[in-house]
Write a protein that binds this ligand. Sequence first.
Ligand SMILES: Nc1nc2c(c(=O)[nH]1)N[C@H]1C(S)=C(S)[C@@H](COP(=O)(O)O)O[C@H]1N2
Ligand SMILES: [Mo]
Length: 395
Amino acid sequence: MDGMTSRTPKRAGPAPRTLPRLRPPAFHGRLHDARTATAVGRWLGAAFAVCFVTGLVSHYLQQPPGWLADRLPTRPVWGYALNQGLHVSTGLAAIVLLLVKLWAVYPRLFVWPPVRSVRHALERLSVALLVASAVFEVLTGLLNIVEWYPWPFGFVQTHFAVAWVVTGSLLLHIAVKAPEIRDHWSRRSAGTRALPAEDAVDRRSLLLGTGAAVGVVTLTTVGQSFTPLKAFDLLAPRHPDHGPQGLPVNRTAAAAGVTATALRDWRLEVAGPRPYVLTLDALRGMPQTAVRLPIACVEGWTVDADWTGVRIRDLVERAGGRPGRDALRVTSLEVSGAYRVMNMGAEYAEDPLTLLALALNGAPLTLDHGSPARVIAPNRPGVLQTKWVHRLEVL
Ligand SMILES: Nc1nc2c(c(=O)[nH]1)N[C@H]1C(S)=C(S)[C@@H](COP(=O)(O)O)O[C@H]1N2
Ligand SMILES: [Mo]
């Protein structure tokens, strides 16, 4: 009793010197609950799963390990376009879903005490890792599709590496939360942990709004890869119809340091058992093949186009190469850049649809589309459709 009375005057004093006791903020907003987190999390998890799988496909089509290099599928010709359309569309949808999910769970940032046990600390650490890597992944992906790289690291390697971190920490998160996920998987499954019934209506509105936002984002961007919807392509960085010769340009000749003067004395060098050199006229004099193939950029946009040129396999055979056995190294006139030199596996080099194209949509290639000669191959990432080709090397 004495102790308490002696303290009372101190508290009532005019200027308390002690720091105010730290108190966690209280959240009275509703829907920051496990059912909302689960409902949004299901869709977010599905979007991340599609992103991860399509990302792996894209990665290994671009950089196949040795044992796979000559065995990649060249059909369907639109396979890569579909893969990247899915990758970018689900990535964009994931941004909306991630924002809603973070809104639903952010009060948990302030749980008190912040750490209750080693297990609790580990669980919070894994969530921190998941949130950080997921935000990083969708942000770098988004900036990549608008070709803005405000960071000092390489996009491709980093986006690929962090994808594994997202996937790993997501699987861990699902495992840790499995009991809660089970309880709140559907409205009816809440069981003993039932949530206030009056929230159900609002939750439905939130989920409906989230679905509508995903729908709008998808509808206004998917036209860049799914051309029937190109009329709605308002927000995507690319429009299938905008660009010279009816095709967008990713890397311009100016950016690649390729000038019309540099092309004046252009020759195609072909190295192999029987090397030779061709002028543009000689190349035009060879049998020409017309194909209709999409350019499918890793950034999600894709356009079908009519290409005319010489079959790569004819050029390989003429150099003494063996179609179906020998791979090819293709070098661009480009001064520098990650895609100046490209390796093409034997399966692409022998494919009758793979061309050294000289014309696009009925006219000779313009400078920005790789004049005078570029590669076009079926089911291949855009980055490997090398422009301004001046050297082929049978390997
Ligand atoms: N030499 C060279 N070729 C290149 C590139 C490049 O950077 N250098 N970019 C590629 C990319 S990313 C794409 S999507 C296609 C786009 O071709 P387009 O500009 O003719 O539409 O070209 C590819 N060819
Ligand atoms: Mo691209």
